[in-house]
Design a protein around this ligand. Structure first.
Ligand code: PGA
Length: 269
């Protein structure tokens, strides 16, 4: 399986522009020093600072090892939409990825599968990689609705797309109850749901697209959890919040991703 391994950091509403630049610099130098021996096995690394830090962080990232992502965007190209940010504004400053439909956007900012779908389509139209987030709340899990909720979110978020259009899509399974709570979803259970996501995607777009789809796990990922998560067959990386805010916590997670890249290349050889 030639799937990409991706380690993405969602910085949420943290860090001023200068703090964001400092963290980006610390990550770049960590890759050159602590992780130098893994240079050939690094996962794809994506960092997602706030909108106001993206431009400065873009100028800081010189190694080509770290890609830049936004945490959200509007689906329209321009217009009278006070406070919004359009896809061409992101691509103009070397943003390559965008998180779409994070549970905090769904919960606090009224995003729905319909609005998420418009944003995924806009991202793809602008050659941005959408990291589509799905996941159930605690109540939904306790009511045994996890599989239905995740299936509905994948189908809704990717509605009206065809198989040719979705080869850049990344999906992150983020159980809402595990985000920022320190409660990890058990690795085997996370793997099961990531496998379900792949199956639903395969039903929509075909088996070869499903086998190429990177599915990430997110929710209290830490250095101490990443190794087991990266050993799972259907978990292709991580979307990390709190532990992405300090280089000394995020670098070991990147290292965990590199372990997976290495294991996969050995398995192929
Ligand atoms: P967390 O956040 O790692 O702090 O739980 C993950 C996310 O919201 O993407």
């Amino acid at each position: 399986m030639g799937r990409k391994t991706i380690i993405a950091g969602n910085w949420k509403m943290h860090k001023t522009a200068s703090e964001a630049v400092d963290l980006a610099q610390a990550l770049e130098s960590g890759l050159k020093s602590d992780l130098a021996l893994l240079a050939d096995h690094l996962p794809q690394i994506v960092i997602c600072p706030t909108f106001v830090s993206l431009g400065d962080v873009a100028k800081t990232l010189q190694s080509g090892r770290i890609a830049l992502g936004a945490q959200n965007m509007d689906h329209r190209d321009s217009g009278a939409y006070t406070g919004e940010i359009a896809p061409p504004m992101l691509t103009a400053i070397k943003v390559s990825h965008v998180i779409i439909g994070h549970s905090e956007r769904r919960q606090y900012f009224g995003e729905t599968d319909q609005s998420v779908n418009l944003k995924v389509k806009a991202a793809l139209a602008h050659k941005l990689v959408p990291i589509l987030c799905v996941g159930e709340t605690l109540e939904q899990r306790e009511a045994n609705q996890t599989d239905d909720v995740v299936t509905t979110q994948v189908k809704g978020g990717l509605a009206d797309l065809d198989a040719n259009a979705v080869s850049n899509v990344v999906i992150a399974y983020e159980p809402v109850w595990a985000i920022g709570t320190g409660k990890n979803c058990d690795a085997q259970e996370a793997n099961r749901v990531c496998g379900l996501i792949r199956k639903v995607f395969g039903g929509m777009f075909g088996e070869s697209q499903a086998q190429a789809l990177p599915v990430l796990y997110g929710g209290s990922v830490k250095a101490s959890t990443i190794e087991e998560q990266m050993q799972q067959s259907d978990i292709d990386g991580a979307l990390v919040g709190g532990a992405a805010l300090k280089a000394e916590e995020f670098l070991p997670i990147i290292k965990g991703g590199a372990g997976r890249v290495q294991a996969r290349s050995l398995a192929k050889a």
